[in-house]
Write a protein that binds this ligand. Structure first.
Ligand SMILES: *Cc1c(COP(=O)(O)O)cnc(C)c1O
Length: 480
């Protein structure tokens, strides 16, 4: 069994086997003609259930063959230009190379003595991101597992800074279309069930600052403690960006922590054309960025950044065996002092490889392309009588629904759209997402693939309209 350990004696075996795996994935990616096969849970489950984990195959090639059957053949492929569903990006090759390196070396970023250069590389990328945001000279941050963890950590710091006697007095203000991780964080942080005050949005799905001002005032008058305003820099559904400058002004006025959730909109930090759309982000106390959404990085790659490095102390605990207090005086950089995690992947290496090979402009160019594609897609939808489209995109999502001319019953329109999404998924021809707007069912394209063309968008819209018509035809048959 020792031959399976990666070490000096097995380096050749490592090279051969990993290359074999890479060959298979490369062959797969070169030949996927659809984003999905349409496999069902019922079809796939028995194949996986049938495998006895206590009877290993002892043969890597055979295991790769088996993997083809249980995973690779029917996986959902984000690199395909007709995968238009969630906030998943196609990944850039330098980052995938970084992934291969980081898992083989397997540094752990909790302490200097488990990572050395890895810690310094991560710190440099944090500084680079803070500078891109414009957070100022005292800024710092740390890589996280994702936007959810970044939001949790930012709100933990905000809670500690708010210094309330009673956690149940604390209030967080976030728009009605903010990410659900804000509510989840409030619960994890021990706040009360009414902790998150939902602020209405305008027609463009941006937080209404007049309503925010009113709620901040009400909070102060009611003897409650405003803990944080979460401004979303690119909402998950609409890509809408809250009015950051106005929100920053209100946060200053009321002395509230401003968190910007730019999990999605952080791509603008590299943009060559649209950076101004996220202006005001530099006034935040904390920022969430998800490189695995708009920097074309493999999952996971994310960070939380703060204006004042000192606030990260709220996440600092010392253990004699790991990061004793004296190491702070010795100026030994232990990233665990700033992180919610202990053992932690060197995810930063992927971004490092990306920036060193492509440069930030390379990422920005790709992100600009998908923003331009979304703008073009919006024009197509707005001009197409078969569809109703919601907001003009600030980033790269489109929320729309099929509105068949012959149907007026809103519930029937809902069902036709739900059916169209399911039928499309089952066909594997394309994958799209769905959401609700004002209680009605809508469909969503999240465009993060620069290889997707307007012809792809037109073709997928035709498929959707076709499935919706099919549903309505069947529905007529059922009625008669
Ligand atoms: C995706 C997203 C999150 C959560 O990020 P994960 O990386 O999925 O944990 C938070 N906020 C917004 C606005 C998002 O789009």
């Amino acid at each position: 069994m020792r031959s399976h350990l990666l070490n000096d004696a097995t380096a050749e075996r490592y090279r051969r086997l990993v290359t074999e795996g890479v060959e298979r994935v490369a062959a797969k990616i070169a030949t996927t003609d659809r984003p999905f096969t349409g496999v069902t849970v019922d079809a796939l489950s028995p194949r996986i259930d049938g495998i006895d984990l206590d009877r290993p195959l002892h043969d890597t090639a055979a295991v790769l063959d088996e993997l083809e059957d249980v995973y690779l053949r029917d996986a959902v492929y984000f690199h395909h230009p007709r995968y238009l569903a969630h906030l998943n990006c196609p990944v850039v090759i330098p980052a995938v190379l970084g992934e291969a390196v980081l898992s083989a070396v397997n540094s752990s970023l909790d302490t200097w003595d488990q990572s050395a250069g890895g810690t310094l590389i991560e710190r440099k990328l944090i500084d680079w991101t803070c500078a891109r945001i414009g957070l100022g000279p005292a800024a710092d941050g740390v890589f996280t597992s994702g936007g959810t963890q970044s939001n949790l950590q930012a709100l933990l710091l905000a809670r500690e800074e708010a210094k309330a006697e009673n956690f149940t007095d604390l209030r967080i203000f976030a728009s009605e279309v903010s990410h659900f991780s804000v509510r989840k964080s409030a619960k994890l942080l021990g706040l009360g069930p009414d902790a998150v005050v939902s602020i209405p949005v305008d027609r463009d799905k941006r937080m209404q600052t007049v309503a925010l001002a009113r709620e901040l005032e009400r909070c102060a008058k009611g003897g409650l403690v405003p803990m944080a305003v979460v401004a979303t820099g690119g909402t998950t559904d609409f890509g809408s960006i809250d009015p950051l400058e106005e929100i920053a002004g209100l946060c200053e006025q009321y002395g509230v922590w401003m968190h910007v959730d730019a999990a999605y909109g952080c791509g603008l930090l590299a943009s060559l054309k649209y950076r101004h759309r996220i202006d005001g982000i530099e006034r935040a106390d904390s920022v969430t960025v998800d490189y695995h959404k708009s920097f074309f990085q493999p999952v996971s790659s994310s960070a939380v950044l703060v204006r004042d490095a000192a606030t990260l102390r709220h996440a600092t605990y010392h253990a004699e065996y790991l990061n004793p207090r004296r190491m702070v005086q010795e100026r030994i950089p232990n990233q665990v002092d700033k992180s919610l995690q202990t053992t932690r992947r060197f995810d930063a290496l992927k971004l490092w490889m990306t920036l060193r090979v492509m440069g930030a402009d390379g990422i920005g160019e790709l992100f600009d392309e998908v923003c331009d594609l979304a703008a073009e897609g919006w024009r197509m939808l707005a001009a197409d009588p078969r569809f109703d489209v919601v907001v003009q995109p600030s980033l790269s999502t489109l929320v729309f629904r099929c509105v068949p001319a012959a149907v007026t019953d809103p519930a029937e329109i809902d069902r036709a759209n739900l059916y169209a999404r399911k039928a499309l998924f089952a066909s594997g021809d394309a994958v799209v997402a769905g959401t609700k707007v004002a209680g009605r069912h809508y469909l969503k394209f999240t465009l993060l693939n620069p290889e997707t063309t307007t012809a792809d968008i037109a073709a997928v819209l035709d498929l959707i309209a076709g499935h919706a018509e099919q549903y309505l035809g069947d529905s007529l048959d059922r009625a008669s």
